[in-house]
Design a protein around this ligand. Structure first.
Ligand code: G16
Length: 550
């Protein structure tokens, strides 16, 4: 059995001696891979290294492995695998990932043989696994465990060091597209995005109500490091003041700052100067989510979340496409967390079709692929735009056609430059930020102008700790609860009491808890509705710890 590429004995010996399975409980490949306390994850990383090699051999392409727990607290960590085109791991392999993570050390060999036989994986190829990590103190040793897994099956780990999650997605796709999508280096990535940004912006940095000054909260994470390269590349074209940065800030990763904190608490982050009216944005721990906000004179924090970003982008792209004269199928993808007012605005004012899918960018991405131009965003600020290959080819063909007018060619060029500004592989907070700034600049809008587009329904997110979050199951893009039996009926009865009320519950895929969402006609009602539903979940789904309160 032992040969260079199929050395199961080494795999087993490594597993037993260096990365033994330490935990008795089962883990699950969730919304964005595995997430847990970092000190429980060594063996999971090792096994994901093994699986990444098998996936790469199966796809005959390179695969990515990102060590991060993104928005979770600093003591957590996790891993997400990245497929050849830079998308999240195909769903059918999530079950393999879960199986690999949970099998006993002495049965690892059996599971490897099972997958190799079942899928006919050719074990002789030398494959590359691109490895990236966030800034968590636990990330280097976990990355080492993952690389041990890659080496045990004779794969070649390529260590990209500390990078944002979307950068690694981008590198994987570049490498597999043989540089058609760009070059898989950080330098190229910054240059590509910044060149496109500067080209569209021109020499006028401030326009009407738009001022190029932006406050940026790096969540004390990788986004705080990488923004410096953007600052260098962008020069005066965008004046970014950084906060919650590894040098200036003293705070912990994601602690009272970052996109998830701002969104879930609907609060201004610590560490950012409280300047009335100033446009601010936050990214999360691995810089794949983006949130905009400002403070008014009453110190109220006004949030412009993923729904707003999606609408801003969709409307802008619709206009650009109209200028080219192309007839394009443009659509938007949301989840149950999308504010009801945003869906109404997209459908009735913008006349853009909307589809709903379950939480998790992997679901949104696949749905968006059905459109020529698919804009997808979760309300939490995670999203991007994808363009069909055929559409991009059509644009180029038309641009090269000598009979096409100069005006149309100019419109095509502009759209192509905007496409260059976008990381199509996955939601990328930094590329999204440049796109938002581009659109506000082109409209001459302040953040307050942007907010006036429509009025959000007040909403509230809550978390409930329960004995086993998997006792909650849902259907209808997570908008209806199936189990525990009777819970949906109770939610319906509670919701009926509130004007414009809507609420749903679902188990989180990244944290060990149940999430509750509620919206209603006023802030107090949204809070009250969320609390009533959270108490019901606590009662009917074996809540642990104290009862939820506002
Ligand atoms: C991940 C996913 C997102 C999802 C979020 C929360 O984000 O990539 O699509 O919305 O988790 O998921 P859940 O509500 O299931 O915990 P991130 O930024 O943490 O990787």
């Amino acid at each position: 059995m032992a040969n260079n590429h199929n050395n199961y004995k080494t795999v087993y010996a490594f597993a037993r001696e260096m990365h033994p399975k330490t935990e008795k409980f089962d883990v699950q490949y969730g919304t964005a891979g595995f997430r847990a306390k970092a000190n429980t994850l060594g063996y999971v990383m090792y096994r994901m290294g093994l699986l990444a090699v098998l996936r790469a051999r199966y796809k005959k392409a390179c695969i990515g492995a990102m060590i991060t727990a993104s928005h979770n607290p600093e003591p957590d960590n996790g891993v997400k695998l990245i497929d050849p085109c830079g998308e999240m791991l195909e769903q059918s392999w999530e079950a393999w990932a879960t199986k690999f993570a949970n099998v006993a050390d002495d049965r690892l060999e059996e599971v490897i043989t099972e997958i190799v036989t079942e899928l006919g994986i050719e074990m002789t190829q030398r494959v590359e696994i691109l490895v990236g990590k966030d800034t968590r103190p636990s990330s280097p040793s976990l990355a080492k465990a993952l690389c041990d897994g890659v080496l045990a099956l004779s794969g070649k780990p390529i260590d990209y060091g500390i990078v944002t999650t979307p950068q690694l997605h981008y590198f994987v796709y570049c490498r597999n597209s043989r540089n058609q999508y760009g070059f898989p280096t950080e330098e190229y990535y910054y240059r590509k995005l910044c060149d496109a940004f500067k080209k569209i912006r021109g020499k006028n940095f401030n326009t009407n109500n738009y001022q190029s000054k932006l406050y940026y909260d790096g969540a004390n994470g990788v986004g705080a490091k990488k923004i410096k390269y953007f600052q260098e590349c962008l020069g005066d074209s965008l004046m970014i003041d950084r906060f919650n940065d590894e040098l200036i800030g003293t705070g912990k990763l994601n602690y009272m700052c970052g996109a998830d904190y701002v969104k879930t608490k609907q609060a201004f982050p610590n560490g950012v100067p409280k300047e009335v009216g100033q446009r601010c944005c936050s990214v999360d721990g691995d810089a794949d989510r983006l949130m905009y906000y400002y403070l008014d004179e009453n110190e109220k924090c006004h949030l412009l979340d993923g729904d707003r970003i999606a609408i801003l982008i969709a409307e802008y792209l619709k206009g650009l496409v109209e200028d080219t004269g192309f007839d394009v199928n443009l659509g938007l993808v949301q989840t149950a967390y999308a504010n009801g007012a945003s869906t109404e605005y997209i459908t009735n004012t913008l006349n853009i079709p909307v589809s709903f899918v379950c939480t998790g960018v992997k679901y949104l991405h696949h749905e968006a692929q059905k459109y020529d131009i698919g804009v997808y965003f979760e309300a939490n600020g995670h999203g991007t735009v994808i363009f069909k290959k055929e559409f991009k080819e059509k644009l180029q063909t038309s641009y090269d056609d000598p009979t096409v007018s100069v005006e149309v060619k100019r419109a095509i060029k502009k759209l192509q430059t905007v496409i260059d500004l976008i990381n199509e592989t996955v939601g990328d907070a930094l590329s999204d930020m440049l796109l938002v700034e581009t659109i506000l600049h082109s409209k001459g809008w302040s953040i307050q102008d942007w907010e006036k587009t429509y009025t959000d329904l007040p909403n509230r997110l809550m978390k409930v700790s329960v004995k086993d979050r998997n006792t909650i199951t849902t259907t209808n893009a997570e908008r209806t609860c199936l189990k525990p039996e009777g819970l949906q009926k109770e939610i319906d009865m509670i919701v009926k009491k509130y004007k414009s009320g809507r609420s749903f519950v679902r188990p989180s895929g990244t944290e060990d808890l149940v999430r509750v969402y509620a919206e209603a006609a006023s802030k107090d009602e949204a809070d009250q509705l969320a609390l009533e539903v959270a108490l019901k979940v606590h009662e009917m789904a074996e809540g642990i710890g104290p009862e939820p309160k506002l």
